[in-house]
Write a protein that binds this ligand. Structure first.
Ligand SMILES: Nc1nc2c(c(=O)[nH]1)N[C@H]1C(S)=C(S)[C@@H](COP(=O)(O)O)O[C@H]1N2
Ligand SMILES: [Mo]
Length: 441
């Protein structure tokens, strides 16, 4: 978004681009088919290069240069931080109603691009605060229906072969405000959808450790327990653990942050956040799931027939436009790059479509590759805003053909009995003044 504004104010006249795509001017309420936009892109780049780089007229006149070009700068910190000019980019912290120790921090999706969430901005949900676990004190045990129960220390675990995958993690309660509130809550993209992040997770495939203990034939479930006070417990089907689950030890190349479960966590690609037990220290194999406090309270849901559903573990296909998004103000008329994120707990994203007219017409967005399984996929589409009111919506379709419901469809499935697993399409309303609001259809 800012990119286009910057170009317009400083370097070039965008009329060249407007002309290049004038044949579909304001069809689809301003959305521009990606192919016709690409044809005009060349004009844009040449104009920037020739207009922006004129050298100072008198080469000796150093006063014309900013100080940072004439005086050597400082040295690096031992652990680097973002630019001081980006200090407004931070997580929003919240305390939950249950207790003071149930805390969360949300990812500022509207400030980020690409698909990787920096570790310091990964969302956090702690039911019992962040435990301070010295790695040399930590032990991990697998027991129950196994041939040979085993206990590892961290030094042992770090010697195992590891794999790395870029994958998202989403709290089952993400976007709950849209599920529960009859009037759209006005907030930015972080406040409404920030219980999700995507990182490169590195660790030991659980299949390797389970192979070592030997699974008894009757075992179907593993009760997984965290070492935090309060012991978060979820029961996970053995098939998932043997499929793509890992003991995550690294996050975006460095050891896990304490917020994410240092020294180790369970990572279950595509599963709801709470199943990804942080500070993991015990797994007990059994023929049936244990009815822990967590299974019976927060993670048991009602459907619209008041039937209790348990173990609704997958996060379904979903997307959200991050630029422009809630509470933002379009600074000027002209070109914007609509950009957002799509993901599915079932697999890869196949298509993302974007509408600027509230769902009457749709155009396919460009997917920035590689499109990875159970990971963020970034999508973009150019859009021309001439001061008209608009309703921006994205809808994602995954490789199995799953797509997002409307809010009404989602509500009819679950009535008012849960706020978990909300994956309906997000509508951003653009007013004639260029203000972006959360809206329902
Ligand atoms: N031991 C333990 N594991 C936990 C939690 C917790 O409070 N304790 N919170 C869960 C919830 S509700 C979510 S959504 C994810 C959040 O992971 P993150 O904080 O790394 O984003 O961790 C899950 N694992
Ligand atoms: Mo969660």
């Amino acid at each position: 978004m800012l990119f286009f504004v910057y170009i317009k104010n400083n370097f070039i006249d965008t009329s060249a681009i407007i002309m290049a795509s004038s044949h579909n001017k304001l069809s689809h309420n301003g959305l521009i088919d990606r192919r016709s936009f690409l044809r005009s892109g060349a004009t844009l780049l040449t104009a920037v290069a020739s207009a922006g780089l004129s050298p100072p007229r008198a080469a000796q006149d150093f006063s014309r240069y900013p100080r940072y070009m004439t005086t050597p700068g400082r040295s690096s910190d031992s652990y680097g931080l973002p630019s001081q000019y980006e200090s407004q980019v931070k997580r929003k912290k919240k305390q939950y109603y249950q207790s003071k120790i149930f805390t969360e921090a949300l990812t500022p999706l509207q400030d980020l691009r690409g698909i990787i969430t920096p570790n310091g901005l990964h969302f956090c949900i702690h039911h019992n605060g962040i435990p301070d676990i010295p790695p040399d004190k930590h032990r991990f045990m697998i027991h129950g229906l196994v041939d040979k129960p085993l206990k590892w220390n961290m030094a042992d675990l770090l010697r195992y072969p590891m794999i790395s995958r870029v994958q998202f993690l989403e709290c089952s309660g993400n976007s709950a405000a849209n599920a529960t509130s009859d009037e759209p809550v006005q907030g930015n993209c972080m406040a409404l959808h920030g219980q999700i992040s995507c990182a490169e997770w590195t660790g030991i495939p659980l299949s390797v450790l389970l192979n070592e203990v030997g699974i008894k034939s009757k075992a179907r479930w593993a009760m997984c327990e965290g070492a935090d006070a309060g012991s978060q417990v979820r029961n996970i089907p053995i098939e998932k653990l043997l499929d793509d689950a890992i003991i995550a030890l690294y996050q975006n190349g460095e050891r896990l942050r304490p917020d994410q479960g240092y020294p180790m966590r369970l990572f279950l690609p595509g599963y709801e956040g709470n199943a990804n037990i942080k500070w993991l220290h015990r797994m007990e194999l059994s023929d049936q799931p244990s009815q822990s406090k967590d299974e019976q309270s927060l993670y048991a849901e009602f459907d619209n027939k008041l039937k209790i559903r348990q173990f609704t573990l997958y996060m379904e296909v979903k997307s959200v436009i991050t630029h422009p998004s809630g509470l933002q103000q379009l600074p000027d008329k002209g070109y914007y790059e609509i950009s957002g994120l799509a993901w599915s707990g079932r697999g890869k994203i196949n298509t993302v479509e974007v509408s600027a007219d509230g769902g009457n017409s749709w155009l396919p967005a460009t997917l920035q590759g590689p499109t990875l399984s159970k990971a963020f996929t970034r999508f973009t589409l150019p859009w021309q805003w001439q001061g008209q009111s608009a309703r921006l919506i994205s809808r994602a379709i995954d490789e199995y053909g799953n797509t997002q419901p409307s809010r009404k469809e989602w509500k009819s499935r679950f009535a008012n009995f849960t706020f978990n697993h909300y994956n309906a399409m997000q509508i951003w309303e653009v007013t004639r003044e260029g203000r972006i609001n959360n809206a329902y259809s």
